[in-house]
Design a binder for this molecule. Structure first.
Ligand code: TXA
Ligand code: MG
Length: 309
């Protein structure tokens, strides 16, 4: 717990610190210190209009920062999913600076599950902003080593081992009537639907989510989904799939969706380091439990690589 105390000290002093969560590592700053929040944007190279998530020690603290238009739904989700990989978008209260919400009238909030980060939040007694601890557009870090690959010794890391989920939290918009998934994650749409009833279908006032940009979460090496009619005729190619394929540098993935999600970003980083001409990704199953993985793979492979074949 000495590490937690050091993290608290550094955060109180206005420093940016990397923290473990059950999803991915976050680049944390005390939300009440505007200069510290600005440093998070600067370190990441993140555009000012891309909002940050506020992280809390417990759901009871959230009412001071956000309005809760559907208290029953909020309570049920809070009880069922927190601490855990779910983020809720709610109307912002005036005490939350627009610099945190990217100028929007809503604010994203979550209670993360990692024991060190929960202890840290409790000791700090204030929420932390914490985007994924990667430079803008890169894959998210799922272990301390990844954070160091992104920021070297610019950022002190609260060491909390590998991330259990490995993909960013599910984001649910609960800012008006009904609900809608803005970013899929471990909490799946069909699970939430079974729990909350059907999602809102119409898309007016869709809030900005940079995760919704194509080519977000992408490795530097060009990557594309493999199709049976195409094979590279030359060059060194990586293969991210379930079964080995001859002539390619293979990195084999778990066949269960949870194992796959936990491993995905580390696997993309490993392939990225091999200076390959490109990465071919085997399509994953169609089932609902692969929703978040299909989403991240689609974005990581959105470039056009026809010229490589
Ligand atoms: O799992 C996670 O959520 C991780 C860990 C560290 O907690 N954090 C994370 O933060 O993924 P970040 O900043 O990399 O992604 C946050 C996403 C962005 O796509 C952002 O646009 C969206 O949350 N977001 C934040 N505030 C929002 C708002 N008011 N309305 C809609 N989307 C919002
Ligand atoms: Mg991110």
């Amino acid at each position: 717990m000495e590490q937690v105390e050091e993290a608290v000290r550094r955060l109180r002093a206005g420093e940016v610190v990397a923290i473990p969560t059950e999803t991915v590592y976050g680049l944390a700053a005390d939300a009440s210190q505007p200069e510290a929040v600005a440093r998070v944007f600067a370190l990441k190279g993140r555009p000012a209009d891309h909002p940050l998530i506020l992280h809390f020690a417990s759901p009871e603290q959230i009412g001071a920062y956000a309005a809760i238009p559907q208290p029953e739904v909020f309570e049920r989700l809070a009880r069922h999913c927190w601490p855990g990989p779910l983020t809720l978008v709610l109307p912002r209260k005036a005490c939350v600076p627009l610099a945190i919400t990217g100028g929007q009238d809503t604010v994203a909030v979550r209670v993360p599950k990692h024991p060190l980060t929960l202890a840290l939040l409790e000791q700090l007694g204030r929420p932390l902003v914490a985007p994924s601890a990667n430079r803008f557009g890169h894959t998210s870090p799922t272990c301390p080593e990844h954070v160091r690959q992104e920021f070297g010794d610019q950022v002190w890391v609260l060491e909390g081992g590998g991330c259990e989920v490995g993909l960013e939290s599910t984001i649910v918009d609960l800012s008006g009537e009904g609900w809608r998934v803005l970013r899929p994650g471990r909490w799946l749409s069909h699970q939430l639907e079974a729990y909350l009833g059907p999602a809102k279908s119409h898309q007016e006032h869709l809030p900005r989510v940079p995760g919704a940009l194509e080519r977000h979460y992408a490795p530097r090496t060009p990557a594309r989904m493999w199709r049976p009619d195409q094979a590279p005729s030359q060059g060194r190619w990586g293969w991210l799939g379930f079964e080995p394929r001859s002539g390619l540098e293979c990195l084999l993935m778990p066949t269960d969706s949870e194992g796959y999600g936990q491993r995905l970003y580390a696997a993309l980083r490993e392939l990225d380091e091999r200076a390959l001409d490109g990465i071919l990704v085997e399509p994953v199953p169609e089932g609902p439990e692969w929703e978040a993985i299909r989403d991240r793979l689609r974005r990581a492979t959105s470039g056009d690589l026809e010229s490589f074949f």
